[in-house]
Design a protein around this ligand. Structure first.
Ligand code: ZN
Ligand code: ZN
Length: 401
């Protein structure tokens, strides 16, 4: 019974710290929203979040792990209890700004981390607040994994804004390919027979991908853009380029789909006499959400008055996106709950979603997300039965691929 009382007290204390910080956290989320920055250029956001941590007296290392816009702050000590890493994202999208609400993720992560830091000493826990740049492209967390940022972690957590509270939502494996076609320039009217048309090759490849789509599983996605299509209409284009994203339910199914997509462009190059060059980005792994821990997050969220989507396992993979947190979830047990921020039906990566990311609902998501994560972290430290169960579930899930 004593342990039970300790958990309640520590959880309440962590939530109270978030309440103290609430006005600052909301202000930080709003300011990051007003100044969106792209992958690896998030200098303002990283500086603001790091400054918020430093203002609470915690040492912050900026530019950590060789990434200018990464930061890390540590608190507590290793007393045999799980080391919790709270991840903060803060990058935005081209043109539509915070259409994925990463300003909310960053502020909530700092709030949760500071609340856990405040109780870590008493409870004997250890927490790291990790600023993770470049989720929308560039795979920041993949670079951080390679640099050792998660080597001594036992658990990783973050929240993501969405249209509903969902304890675990599917995220599928993904990668991108940059495709370049090289042909030969010529006068488009006076000597087109001297030319080799790189734009034709790219368009043929694009259309072949469109035809391929009919025969993909509902969980498999290919979508892309043409980024370069020539210099002038009276010159046969000698160079055309595009970027295509390829997704499959799991990492282990991705390679076969990558090969089918590549075949579309190889065939197009062959037909036109162009030379194909391509380069794949690192793979974003599918997300392994830890149900045992996510249920605790859900209970804490419900205690804050949130209502959760009843059966996350019924969410089809056809509506899933991807995240580089998937790679983290294959290294350590992890949760990535979705937190309600928009009315139902608002699509991610849209102008409407970006507007919702600076709203009273976004402010509530920052505060509730911080509290629910902090309360869940406290339980990992105070309930001796929890981490072994989390770990056992994770080992079985990762072994199953
Ligand atoms: Zn996104
Ligand atoms: Zn996102």
């Amino acid at each position: 019974m004593t342990a039970r009382v300790d958990i309640d007290a520590a959880r309440a204390r962590a939530a109270a710290v978030v309440d103290e910080l609430a006005a600052d956290l909301v202000d930080v989320a709003r300011r990051i929203h007003a100044r969106p920055e792209l992958a690896y250029e998030e200098r303002f956001a990283a500086g603001l979040l790091a400054g918020t941590i430093a203002a609470r007296g915690l040492a912050v290392e900026r530019g950590a792990y060789g990434l200018e816009t990464c930061f890390v702050a540590r608190a507590g000590s290793h007393a045999g209890r799980p080391h919790v890493v709270v991840c903060c994202e803060y990058d935005a999208l081209p043109d539509i700004g915070h259409g994925c609400g990463h300003n909310v993720i960053g502020a909530a992560g700092v709030g949760a981390g500071l609340a856990l830091a405040a109780v870590a000493g008493d409870v004997g826990g250890r927490v790291t607040i990790l600023g993770t740049p470049a989720e929308e492209g560039g795979g920041g967390k993949i670079r951080l994994l390679d640099a050792g940022a998660f080597d001594d972690a036992d658990v990783a957590m973050m929240i993501h804004p969405a249209e509903a509270d969902v304890a675990w939502a599917p995220h599928i494996a993904a990668t991108s390919v940059t495709v370049e076609m090289h042909g030969r320039a010529a006068h488009a009217a006076a000597g087109p027979w001297h030319g080799v048309n790189a734009l034709d090759a790219l368009v043929l490849g694009y259309q072949a991908v469109a035809n391929l789509r009919q025969h993909l599983r509902s969980s498999e996605k290919v979508h892309g853009i043409i980024t370069h299509g020539g210099e002038a209409p009276n010159i046969v284009p000698d160079h055309a380029a595009g970027v295509f994203r390829v997704r499959a339910a799991k990492e282990k199914y991705l390679a076969a789909l990558q090969e089918r997509v590549l075949a579309c462009f190889r065939g197009a190059a062959e037909q036109t006499g162009c030379r194909l060059e391509y380069e794949w980005d690192p793979v974003y792994a599918d997300l392994v959400s830890n149900r045992t821990l996510a249920r605790r997050y859900q209970a804490n969220g419900e205690a804050l008055g949130r209502r959760f989507f009843p059966d996350p396992d019924r969410i089809p993979l056809s509506v899933a996106g991807s995240t580089d947190f998937g790679n983290v979830s294959k290294r350590v047990p992890a949760i990535h709950p979705m937190i309600a921020m928009t009315p139902v039906g608002v699509a991610g990566h849209s102008v409407e979603f970006a507007e919702c990311a600076a709203s009273p609902a976004a402010d509530r998501a920052v505060v509730d997300g911080a509290k629910a994560m902090a309360m869940t972290g406290v339980e990992l430290w105070c309930d001796p039965d929890l981490y072994p169960a989390v770990r056992a579930e994770w080992e079985a899930a990762v072994a199953g691929g």
